[in-house]
Write a protein that binds this ligand. Structure first.
Ligand code: ADP
Ligand code: MG
Length: 366
């Protein structure tokens, strides 16, 4: 049963009950009648609170109609004598309508307040979403600005550094042959060669960022690119005592993109994972199909990243490795975002790291 019908039934019953008290109580118990007379206010006020002005008035009228015959016929209808009782009937109607009016106005006001609150909440949510979007775009802008100045610098530097570096390395190799292994000078020259190699890496990383040429878009298979990388680093992983495994999806996972760049991005992450993982640990690569693309997760059981470092790892040149360039993740994120994808890193110190790359499937980037 609907609550309003229940309420009406309750009001009807209480009016009936009070009226029966009036009609059945002998007239000489007039003080009882005085009390019963006030009982009527209960249903009238309730009706006004529940159903507003119209409810209050309707209930007061019903009470008047039911109560009037009692005054007229049982009390004799002497106007002067029963003045007070008729006045009570007027009071029923006044109380019913005024209470109803007030209750109704109160309800309307609280409804309006509720609507305003809802509207406010909605605009607050919208505002929040918009400001988050603005912050994200600003961040992206700052990053690309940083990377593009870096890129220009890199192009100039690379040319200036690479050639002399080649000569230093070449001549050092020739000099090394003059000394037998074990000779301190042989060691020094080894160090020299290793350091030039490192410098060369830095320059190459720089160059990769500097290359602003448009991507060569082809259909490429994430699965194949990852398989190539796994073959490439398998020996390194084995030497480090790390178990490396790839769980590909059933399909090729075709995306529209630059295969070479994507491979570079995946490789950067796999190398980071191997470098962070101690012997006996594992690096697991999982490729899964999503509703609108693919997800490649690279999970390692390595050292993890402290919360302090976590928000700095994408900064160019941020590195915690003695021989790191700090460019790997910056380049990687640029590549992934250039493909319309996202790169997400979750990590806790000493609990390993999971890097998730999401790329849209080929049919969604047309
Ligand atoms: N899988 C990982 N586990 C722990 N730390 C990581 C991992 N990947 C990246 N890092 C942290 O992020 C830093 C930046 O990485 P990256 O940009 O590739 O530069 P680099 O490898 O040359 O240091 C690393 O120095 C390391 O501190
Ligand atoms: Mg790296």
């Amino acid at each position: 049963m609907k609550p309003s019908i229940l309420r009406i039934a309750l009001l009807g019953l209480s009016i009936l009950g009070i009226s029966l008290l009036h009609y059945l109580t002998p007239l000489h118990l007039h003080y009882m009648h005085d009390i019963f007379q006030r009982f009527y206010y209960l249903p009238i006020i309730l009706a006004a609170l529940w159903f507003g002005f119209r409810g209050g008035l309707a209930c007061a009228l019903v009470v008047s109609v039911v109560y009037a015959p009692h005054i007229l016929f049982q009390w004799g209808g002497g106007l002067a004598l029963e003045m007070e009782k008729y006045l009570e009937i007027v009071m029923y109607n006044v109380v019913g309508s005024v209470t109803g009016l007030l209750a109704q106005r109160e309800r309307e006001r609280s409804l309006e307040l509720q609507r305003t609150a809802e509207g406010l909440e909605e605009s607050f949510n919208k505002l929040q979403i918009q400001s988050e979007r603005i912050i994200a775009i600003e961040e992206q802008l700052r990053r690309s600005e940083k990377l593009s100045t870096l890129g220009e610098m890199a192009a100039v530097l690379a040319h200036e550094i690479r050639n002399p570096l080649g000569s230093i390395r070449g001549t050092a190799e020739i000099l090394r042959d003059d000394y037998r292994p074990g000779d301190p000078k042989h060691e020094f020259i080894e160090i020299q060669i290793k350091e030039t190699e490192r410098l060369n890496h830095v320059v190459e990383d720089f160059l990769r960022m500097a290359r602003q040429q448009p991507m060569e878009l082809r259909d490429c298979s994430i699965r194949e690119e990852v398989e190539t990388i796994v073959t490439l680093v398998a020996k390194d992983a084995h030497d480090r005592g790390i178990s490396l495994c790839f769980e590909p999806s059933q399909e090729q996972a075709i995306v529209r993109g630059d295969g070479e760049k994507l491979r570079q991005a995946f490789l950067n992450i796999v190398i980071n994972a191997l470098q962070a993982t101690p012997p006996g640990g594992s690096v697991i690569i999982v490729l899964t199909r999503l509703e609108s693309g693919f997800e490649l997760c690279i999970r390692d059981s390595g050292s993890g990243i402290s919360p302090k470092n976590l928000h700095r790892i994408f900064e160019p040149f941020f590195t915690t490795k003695p021989d790191g360039t700090g460019l790997g993740l910056a380049v990687t994120r640029k590549i992934i975002e250039g493909h319309g994808g996202t790169l997400h890193i979750e990590s806790k110190a000493a609990a390993g790291t999971t890097v998730s790359i999401r790329l849209p499937a080929q049919e969604f980037t047309a």
